[in-house]
Design a protein around this ligand. Structure first.
Ligand code: TZP
Ligand code: MG
Length: 224
């Protein structure tokens, strides 16, 4: 018993509890609302984990807006994940970061953010997914599942078949599907094996009723 080896398994199963069937992502361009305003509405609609994604504003403006969003979320148990910007996630003590294939490698993000942070990683095919599950991350995203206008230069569409193949390849590793997911195809995506669906544009179809649409998504997933 001298050489007891402790193996730390990622993802920590307790973190899986933070997932709901919907993983909403903010978008200031589509909504014309600040990240903080969107977070308020998403939380009102029942979101448990929200990703702040900003592709246009200056880092200092994103930082200030995300700070307000986080202050609001901290009155609740809702988790806030920052897309791309490990520096902003660290500065704000956000709950985690979501990284893409070309971003800072997740190993470094883990070193910097620590064991409790939630780290997500985008993948676009089975081979990338299989590599990703070896990394110290908490969930992988697969997509785009369907055509999307929200992301510039999207990777090849994987379809429902792609989600199924990734699910089969990765076992029960937490899986988020993304790209072109709507109220109509959302249950198919979950049935294909995704734990959660990350949604941008379809959540904002009616800008005045973001919370209501969020609730409809959550209620829809309760009946599958
Ligand atoms: N990554 C793959 S598709 C996508 C991202 C960030 C955009 C998803 O947006 P939408 O509007 O839900 O298709
Ligand atoms: Mg990215």
């Amino acid at each position: 018993m001298d050489n007891l080896i402790f193996i730390i398994h990622y993802p920590l199963s307790i973190k899986k509890m933070f997932f709901t069937t919907i993983y909403p992502i903010t978008n200031t361009k589509i909504t014309n609302l600040s990240h903080a305003e969107q977070v308020e509405k998403m939380i009102d609609g029942g979101a448990k984990i929200i990703q702040l994604r900003e592709k246009h504003h200056a880092p200092k403006d994103f930082y200030a807006d995300a700070k307000k969003a986080l202050e609001f979320a901290r009155k609740t148990s809702v988790k806030i994940i920052i897309n791309d910007r490990l520096d902003i996630a660290l500065a704000l003590k956000a709950d985690g970061v979501h990284l893409g294939q070309d971003d800072l490698p997740p190993e470094y993000a883990r070193e910097i953010l620590g064991a409790n942070a939630i780290i997500g990683f985008s993948t676009h095919n089975v081979a990338q997914a299989l590599e990703a599950v070896k990394l110290p991350i908490d969930y992988i995203a697969i997509g785009p599942v369907f055509p999307t206008k929200t992301k510039s230069n999207p990777d090849k569409i994987v379809g429902l078949e792609g989600v199924k193949q990734v699910r089969e390849a990765i076992g029960d590793f937490p899986l988020v599907a993304i790209g072109g997911i709507t109220l109509e195809n959302f249950t198919d995506v979950l049935n294909a094996g995704a734990d959660s669906a990350a949604i941008i544009s379809d959540l904002f179809l009616d800008i005045d009723n973001i919370a209501k649409r969020m609730k409809i998504f959550l209620d829809t997933s309760k009946v599958i």
